[in-house]
Design a protein. Structure first.
Ligand SMILES: [Zn+2]
Length: 341
């Protein structure tokens, strides 16, 4: 007997326990129909009639989220309410950083672990390079897999940058060009095509890194076996190529060496659909939610965009009991990811 069947038996069988049922905190939706109308009929005829009398606002919440959630999740999905703290707005793996989305202040001088880890399959240009822990763990897995596929000489040349370091890189870029005889204005414009202004680089949130290979120039990186391997496999470890060729249409340089950690399911979707992170987030804003399948075609991740309440915490729903994570999108919303069983 599964959890749901036993719950129904419990509700149906014990009239005297009605008072106790009212107090059940977890949301239970018995959606056994496909259309909204059928769903509503079903709901009224089933166990929620007791809830109806007691918690109208609760039902309005369900109404507003029901369209979204039942559009992609199977019938009979039980939901559980969660609370998202507003502090999450600037945290998580899906924080968008681009020329319009600034790095949140808390990242300016963060304390992340060193990319230099003994026994790694890669070497580092400096021991003073850093990455967020989850991204670092996945980097180890990814490069171990690349090594066992025969990739040699993997090198990491940059990771997390403080606000100060990003500023320094930008200033140095301008200086170099001025030294070559360019005007200050022209040098600034040229540098901005190659280096993000301080406060607008993905490197500043500790989720991005630059690869290279021994004795290979950045310019030749795209043609290496390592670059080809990454292109084919990085999504399995939650990494995406931030600036593919199409980035050039948006005035950003193609960077075959620059990878960004976003998490496993998201990386798969972004890779499969040839997207960039900003396009993925825009798509989530538009669609509201999606299901992402794993490699074998099984529904694995439920992903939902939730606009943040203007003040305080925001309520959302997940499939009951599922493991989930929440990330801000750096645009006033959250992206909820629940792992489906
Ligand atoms: Zn980079």
């Amino acid at each position: 007997m599964n959890r749901r069947t036993s719950k129904i038996l419990m509700v149906g069988g014990i009239f005297i326990a009605a008072a106790a049922v009212i107090t059940i905190a977890v949301v239970l939706i018995t959606n056994s129909a496909l259309s909204k109308a059928q769903y509503n009929d079903n709901r009224i005829n089933s166990s929620s009639s007791i809830l109806n009398q007691n918690n109208d606002s609760f039902h309005q919440d369900i109404q507003s989220q029901e369209d979204i959630i039942t559009s992609v999740l199977p019938a009979n999905t039980e939901l559980e309410e969660i609370t998202i703290k507003s502090s999450m707005l600037t945290k998580g793996n899906l924080i968008l950083i681009d020329k319009d989305c600034k790095v949140p202040e808390e990242y300016a001088d963060a304390d992340y672990p060193s990319i230099y880890v003994k026994g790694s399959s890669y070497v580092v240009r400096s021991t003073e390079m850093y990455l967020q822990q989850e991204a670092l763990d996945k980097l180890q897995e990814m490069t171990d897999a690349a090594a066992s596929d025969g990739i040699e000489g993997m090198l990491i040349v940059d990771g997390y940058r403080t606000q100060e370091k990003q500023q320094r890189l930008f200033d140095e870029g301008i200086e170099d060009l001025v030294d070559q005889g360019m005007s200050e204005e022209e040098a600034t414009e040229k540098t901005a095509q190659r280096v993000a202004k301080a406060g607008y680089s993905e490197h500043q949130i500790g989720l991005a890194l630059d690869f290279d290979l021994h004795k290979i120039n950045y310019d030749d990186f795209a043609d290496t076996d390592f670059a080809k391997w990454l292109d084919k496999n990085s999504w399995k470890y939650g990494y995406i190529l931030s600036y593919p060729k199409k980035a050039e249409d948006m005035g950003v340089m193609y960077e075959p060496w620059h990878f960004r950690y976003v998490g496993e399911g998201h990386a798969k979707y972004i890779h499969d659909n040839g997207m960039m992170l900003n396009e993925y987030i825009e798509m989530l804003h538009e669609k509201g939610n999606i299901i992402i399948q794993d490699e074998d075609g099984n529904n694995k991740w439920y992903v939902q965009y939730i606009k943040a309440e203007e003040k305080g915490d925001t309520k959302a729903y997940i499939p009951k009991g599922s493991e989930y994570t929440v990330s801000g999108d750096n645009m006033g919303g959250y992206i909820l990811t629940a792992v489906l069983e």
